[in-house]
Design a protein around this ligand. Structure first.
Ligand code: HEM
Length: 572
């Protein structure tokens, strides 16, 4: 109040005008969904609906779905996001109209991603198509079989490290499986043996951990004030740690150089990309060739494989082990299937690994309950009509996987972990557009088959001799989001496990099925009565029964015997 007199009326007018303009800027886009006739939560100036999300996490999306139906509008800062949870609409958006209208993802400011900015996740339209068709052959069955021995080697190494750990010790599962996933990625991508499984503090592992701790504030700033992305481009500020970026960049460059020099023929992903190298001059006047990648693009993809593949795979593996520990009955079934399918101590073959159906079911069910990527998105590149709704050009469409994966309209008892629901013969009728842990359509996860192979291998190797169990540090949540601190488990040898964990298994099964006891009681009585009835019939028609009947007849009391058989029937 003291400085009030120091400003002239003109200065005050200008200040008020500037503040009004700033406020208007902070609420300007908020009529986007009103114009479309789409409802949604009331946004805050500049922050949009982010404060709700920060407060409630995944519950916020669930609440919106319940309140507004399958289509609603959110704002990430000032950026509108049309949320769609209707599988029929998603079939059109993610699959049918992927190439024509919904080809690209929403990228806030690709320059803040340093060398990842040319990565396939960020590039658009024809450039995306070219890069996608160049890297897709890296993940055919033939290629996967070539990298299979690498995966097997590291799975063995990981399981051997358990022998050096004390039994009954609780482990941070993400930290335990992370090095395996990293070693497999670097080895399959570049043929370099990083061996972080044995040495978790190897420089590569440390640098990658630094890289994954990226700064979050630039995202919020750009969401709230979109013009600041130009400042980021001009100043060269990146969300990634510069030292770690340089470390990886140099590593990829060195390996790339060695591969070019050494003509012996590597079978890794980088080799395939090097073989497809094209020059910048091959892309004439923006007309894209159908295949091939330029040198900076190759470095970006190599970077992306490690960056995108390592964390997603280790997180998904962590969630699977967590779900198995919480559902010991499913774990026991899986172990029994593994015991039957793979002979002890003999190597695991690619075909056997791919043919173990229950393992597929367990992975699918865990990814349904806890999808590693709870939201995917696409941008509408030309105005599009769907279900009577007009989506204006430039609108981003968000897909809340975690909601759809737990929607009771598409899943029976969606909160329960039931791998059997994915069984080919006895499973549920799964809506093909209500399940998408790896995304959907032509722009889904390109590394899906590789990731599944990597996870299957370590699960088989681990559960053959060990089991996982909850401990006092395990946090049980009924949401589709866990933190790394929630997933502490005990990994024990199986023989040791049986005596130790059997009671807790029974207890957990008991608690889980408590609400179903009535039903269980009904089925048991039904089964017993039917059995007793059948037994009486057998006895009735068998020669011995007849003789006893005859004996009864001899006792002049046949009706009572027949009556008791009827009684059995009535009881049942
Ligand atoms: C269990 C582990 C993984 C999960 C859960 C996962 C999940 C996803 C999801 C949800 C998407 C977005 C799909 C969409 O928008 O429809 C995606 C894209 C992608 N993933 Fe994965 N991923 C995993 C492992 C991997 C691995 C191991 C690699 C590479 C070796 C990889 C490479 C990619 C790439 C390159 C894309 C972008 C594809 C494109 O834009 O065309 N992912 N992933």
């Amino acid at each position: 109040m003291f400085f009030l007199p120091f400003f002239s009326v003109t200065t005050w007018t200008l200040i008020v005008l500037a503040l009004t303009l700033l406020l208007l800027y902070g609420i300007w886009p908020f009529n986007h969904f009103k114009k479309m006739g789409v409802r949604g939560p009331r946004p805050f100036p500049f922050m949009g609906t982010l404060p709700y999300f920060m407060k409630k996490g995944q519950h916020f999306t669930l609440e919106c779905n319940k309140k507004y139906g399958d289509v609603w509008g959110q704002f990430d800062g000032l950026s509108p996001l049309l949320m769609v949870a209707d599988p029929e609409m998603l079939k059109v958006i993610l699959v049918k109209e992927c190439y024509s209208t919904f080809t690209n993802r929403r990228i806030f400011a690709k320059d803040i991603f340093g060398p990842l900015k040319d990565g396939i996740t960020m590039v658009k339209d024809d450039r995306w198509k070219r890069i996608r068709s160049t890297i897709s052959p890296s993940f055919t069955s033939g290629r996967l079989k070539q990298v299979f021995p690498i995966v097997e080697r590291y799975a063995d190494r990981l399981v051997k490290t358990l022998d050096t750990e004390k039994p009954d010790q609780s482990v941070d599962v993400k930290k335990f499986v992370g090095p395996y996933s990293l070693d497999v990625m670097t080895s399959a991508s570049f043929s370099i043996d990083t061996d972080t499984t044995v040495n978790p503090d190897a420089p590569l592992s440390v640098q990658l951990r630094n890289l994954l701790k990226f700064k979050i504030w630039p995202f919020f700033l750009i969401m709230a004030l979109p013009f600041t992305q130009h400042l980021f481009r001009l100043t060269g500020i990146s969300v990634l740690n510069k030292t770690s970026v340089d470390y990886f960049y140099n590593l990829v460059r060195r390996v790339q150089h060695d591969h070019k020099e050494d003509k012996s023929g590597h079978s890794d992903f980088l080799q395939l990309m090097i073989e497809s190298e094209i020059q910048e001059s091959d892309i004439k006047d923006g007309v894209e060739p159908s295949k091939g990648m330029t040198d900076p693009e190759i470095v970006s993809q190599a970077f992306l494989f490690i960056f995108g593949g390592f964390d997603t795979t280790s997180t998904t593996l962590t969630y699977i082990l967590y779900n198995l520990a919480l559902n010991p009955d499913a774990q026991q079934t899986l172990q029994q299937k593994i015991d039957v399918h793979f002979s002890k101590d003999s190597p695991v073959s690619y075909e056997d690994l791919m043919n173990l159906e229950y393992l597929d079911n367990v992975i699918s069910e865990s990814m349904r309950l806890l999808p590693t990527a709870p939201l995917i998105d696409r941008v509408c590149k030309k105005t599009f009509q769907i279900n009577g709704l007009t989506i204006p050009e430039g609108t981003a469409v968000g897909v809340p996987l975690s909601n759809i994966h737990r929607d009771p309209r598409f899943w029976t008892s969606p909160e329960l972990f039931k791998p059997e629901r994915f069984s080919k013969d006895h499973g549920e009728d799964i809506h093909p557009y209500a399940y998408m842990p790896f995304g959907l359509g032509p722009r889904n996860c390109v590394g899906m088959r590789f990731a599944v192979m990597v996870m299957k291998m370590v699960l088989v190797r681990l559960l053959r001799d060990h089991c996982v169990e909850t401990c006092k540090d395990t946090v049980v949540r009924h949401t589709s989001f866990l933190t790394d601190a929630d997933t502490w488990l005990i990994v024990e040898t199986r023989s040791h496990h049986v005596s130790n964990c059997f009671n807790i298994n029974l207890l957990l099964i008991w608690i889980k099925y408590l609400p179903y006891l009535d039903m269980l009681h009904f089925f048991l009585s039904f089964f017993l009565s039917s059995f007793r009835y059948l037994w009486s019939l057998i006895r009735f028609f068998s020669p011995r029964s007849r003789s006893s009947l005859r004996l009864v007849e001899g006792n002049c009391n046949p009706p009572s015997t027949i009556k008791s058989a009827q009684q059995f029937y009535l009881l049942s």
